[in-house]
Design a protein around this ligand. Structure first.
Ligand code: CMC
Length: 432
């Protein structure tokens, strides 16, 4: 990881203040190692939003935002989306290599055998209001998992960590589907072992005990792809949250819950729901212009949801794949004339031609299209962020495991630039 290069920090008189080593990864930008900066200079670095900060080293996912490249364990997202299933991608993210067919069978079997939740856990749902946002329920219920599966919570034991990973990947779809069923007052559907991971989720989510369930392979493939595209995205806000929570030694269920809570925000995983709400609000192609004006107005907090990305500045490779899936699904369902889809395409066209969006490099991101696909699959918009969480869970676990296994791992503890009052004395209340 080290490299012979060093950077020298100089003062106004051009005198060297300190030398800092430069580290190189296998690809991507080099990093300046500032770990000794405070010891050597008494100064911290200042980087709110971490736009120039590498918070850790990682072997899991690589993004080149300028070139629109996304690799999981070295494999391009396009190839994984075309050639692999979500569970294969889970195996890859967790283990570093794609599975052989027998490894895959074993992995799929383990996941399938853990899809049921402890029966007592179902009582948790009843404590929530029926109109609670499903993400609020999911945060609560996933957080409760450590109270049920404490037989394998030794985070220093790789076997325990692997079992937690399987349990989380297996149970999150069940919990997500239950949160939906609870909110609409329908009975929970138990998992069925003969179904694939995605078929099983679709059945638990969309079917009722009164009817047989016949999964449509095109729709199953579309949902599988959504999960693949959301499975990991290096040190994004929710993954960094999981790592930070885990750095104190907290149990994995607690850490993943922290990630789910962070994901919920509209600037992150909440965007897919926000896109749909925005499209509904715009309502018609003839109403787009005022919204574009609002998005460009510096004094208006409104943003075009589904546009822009912290890292991708030319295009989001996931968006390209999701756009293709969107067409496939709408064609399959005979929905190409869908009002919101037409509106979305028009919004995309206008924004891509608009000087403001071009200059600021604001392109449609994955969530611009995923909401339209999810809606076509019959998933209500208040469940969209939960779907993102379902896909991202494996990424969170892979990062948590990588962090725990890293010999350099220590508790995450950023410092600050203090701008509050300097030392002062308390004045007795009577004298204030
Ligand atoms: N609509 C209008 N203007 C925008 C938008 C937008 N969607 N996004 C950014 N801008 C403007 C912003 O006002 C700023 O302008 P200025 O330079 O004049 O101050 C400039 O573009 C840079 O924006 P920023 O907020 O500094 O950029 P960021 O890297 O901190 O934010 C973002 C990235 C994704 C939070 C932001 O683009 C955004 O809020 N987009 C809408 C929400 C969204 O779609 N989020 C999903 C991201 S993809 C899923 C995921 O990975 O979680």
């Amino acid at each position: 990881m080290t490299n012979q290069r060093r950077v020298t920090l100089v003062n106004e008189e051009n005198q060297s203040v300190c030398e800092l080593p430069v580290l190189s990864g296998t690809t991507g930008p080099d990093v300046v190692d500032v770990q000794d900066l405070y010891k050597k200079t008494g100064m911290f670095t200042y980087d709110p939003g971490y736009t120039s900060t590498a918070s850790c080293s990682s072997k899991i996912t690589f993004i080149d935002g300028e070139a629109g490249i996304l690799l999981y364990r070295g494999y391009p997202i396009e190839q994984l989306a075309e050639q692999c299933t979500f569970l294969e991608v889970c195996y890859l993210l967790l283990n570093g290599e794609l599975p052989t067919s027998s490894q895959m069978d074993q992995f799929e079997h383990s996941v399938t055998m853990h899809t049921m939740v402890h029966d007592q856990l179902t009582n948790f749902f009843k404590g929530f209001r029926r109109d609670a946002h499903p993400m609020a329920i999911i945060v609560g219920v996933v957080g409760a998992l450590s109270a049920f599966y404490h037989d394998a919570l030794d985070i220093t034991n790789k076997k325990d960590r692997d079992l937690c990973a399987i349990r989380l990947i297996a149970k999150i779809p069940t919990i997500v589907a239950m949160s939906h069923k609870y909110s609409i007052g329908l009975p929970f559907m138990h998992p069925q072992n003969k179904l694939s991971y995605v078929e099983n989720f679709m059945r638990m989510m969309l079917a009722t005990p009164c009817d047989d369930f016949h999964p449509n392979p095109i729709l199953v493939k579309a949902l599988d792809r959504i999960l693949i595209l959301h499975a990991d995205h290096e040190q994004n806000a929710s993954t960094s949250t999981v790592r930070l929570a885990g750095s104190s030694g907290a149990n994995p269920y607690a850490c993943i819950t922290a990630g789910i809570a962070c994901l919920w925000g509209a600037a992150h995983g909440g965007a897919n729901e926000a896109v749909l709400n925005m499209l509904e609000e715009i309502g018609d192609i003839s109403h787009i212009d005022p919204y574009i004006k609002k998005a460009k107005d510096k004094n208006d907090p409104f943003r075009l949801m589904g546009f822009g990305h912290r890292v991708y500045k030319n295009y989001d490779p996931r968006a390209k794949l999701m756009r293709a899936t969107c067409h496939e699904v709408l064609n399959e369902l005979g929905l190409h004339d869908d009002r919101l889809f037409k509106l979305a395409l028009e919004l995309e066209r206008i924004a891509l031609e608009d000087e403001y969006f071009i200059e600021k490099k604001l392109y449609p991101n994955v969530d611009f299209y995923s909401g339209i696909v999810l809606r076509a699959l019959g998933i209500p918009s208040n469940m969209f962020t939960a779907m993102f969480a379902m896909g991202r869970s494996v990424g969170w676990i892979a990062h948590w495991d990588e962090m725990i296994s890293d010999p350099e791992q220590k508790i995450g503890r950023p410092r600050q630039l203090y701008t509050g009052s300097t030392r002062r004395d308390v004045v007795p209340m009577a004298a204030r």
